[in-house]
Design a protein around this ligand. Structure first.
Ligand code: SF4
Ligand code: MG
Length: 332
């Protein structure tokens, strides 16, 4: 089956006082129908910028898609006008953000916010929109949906607001749902409930998901495949099993060692990756991970590694996978 989404060689820049930040540098990945794909990496690696590019919600005029394509069902979103994007957002692509308080309108009743998308995008009556919204509130686990329909966001708890966001994102039955750190602001028990809800709904509706997170525990629970980003680039991608059991890229390996996981025993020591990511005002010439990599070789400093197939369904950008790597002298 074809891909719902295909991002090809995406480059995004930000103009700042200090110069042009190359925030996304040649990112490519795809999402199949019904698939849940995680984008992981440290903050500032370009994962949110990638998500915002897909939705065409980059803050203009300071940030720009410089080149590349973003194909949603083979139609390039990069070429779309804002009016066309307004039809696509909410209707074909649903979105959930970290902080529902910033995405919900505090002055408008929750029900009105959920039906707004329906009335805008779908040819249905107010009565039908009301019924669909109430059903949706019920589906995301909000008790007394008829009463809740007429309440304002501040009358909901953090977890309930996030459920409202999910209801809003899914009410038009989008083919793709983009969730950017959807549970980071919530406490752990609520997080688990919300994630389970997203997973259940995804299975029920066969929606594809892009989940952006720095929490690998969440990824293991929810996703089929992982895309690992570092310094504005994809350094590795593969199935959950491939990535978790045997990472191909030293950065992925470092991430796995540095991040707490639900399934981890208490005695396992976490070891953060030493150093900091490179300055994207002037990205390094060779491998972006060079300065922090304990497996770095001479070739890595000056030459960017190619993003190549290294297994069944996995790809990585690292010189270690080059046939000649074994003969190359290490720097350390
Ligand atoms: Fe490390 Fe070299 Fe691989 Fe980069 S290309 S991750 S520096 S081994
Ligand atoms: Mg972010």
């Amino acid at each position: 089956m074809g891909n719902i989404l295909e991002v090809n060689d995406l480059h995004v820049t930000f103009d700042t006082y200090a110069g042009v930040v190359k925030a996304v540098r040649g990112v490519s990945f795809h999402v199949k129908p019904g698939e849940a794909v995680a984008i992981v990496g440290e903050s500032g690696c370009g994962k949110s910028v990638t998500a915002k590019s897909i939705m065409r919600l980059l803050p203009e005029p300071h940030s720009k898609i410089k080149s590349g394509t973003i194909l949603l069902n083979n139609s390039n979103l990069v070429d779309k006008r804002e009016r066309e994007m307004q039809k696509i957002r909410g209707n074909e692509i649903g979105m959930i953000f970290q902080d529902p308080m910033t995405s919900l309108n505090p002055t408008s009743k929750v029900g009105a916010q959920i039906t707004e998308g329906l009335l805008k995008h779908q040819n249905i009556s107010r009565k039908e929109a009301y019924q669909t919204a109430v059903n949706m509130l019920e589906m995301v686990g909000i008790p007394n949906p008829e009463k809740r329909f007429n309440q304002y966001p501040h009358e909901f708890s953090g977890g309930m607001r996030q459920r409202v966001m999910i209801a809003m994102a899914l009410v038009c039955q989008p083919k793709l749902l983009i969730a950017d750190e959807p549970t980071t602001a919530l406490d752990v028990t609520i997080q688990a409930q919300i994630l389970k809800l997203m997973k259940d709904l995804q299975e029920k509706t066969n929606t594809s998901i892009i989940l952006i997170t720095h929490d690998l525990g969440v990824v293991a629970e929810m996703c089929d495949r992982v895309v690992v980003m570092y310094a504005g680039q994809v350094v590795e991608s593969g199935t959950i099993h491939e990535i978790f059991s045997n990472p191909s890229h030293p950065y992925t390996e470092g991430l796995l060692k540095s991040m707490p996981r639900i399934d981890m025993s208490r005695d396992v020591k976490l070891s953060p990756i030493p150093g900091t990511p490179p300055d994207l005002l002037a990205p390094p010439k060779g491998c972006a991970f060079y300065a922090r990599c304990d497996k770095a070789m001479r070739v890595c400093k000056e030459n960017p590694p190619l993003y190549e197939k290294v297994g069944d369904s996995r790809y990585a950008a690292c010189w270690l996978h080059h046939p000649l790597a074994k003969n190359t002298q290490t720097t350390s």
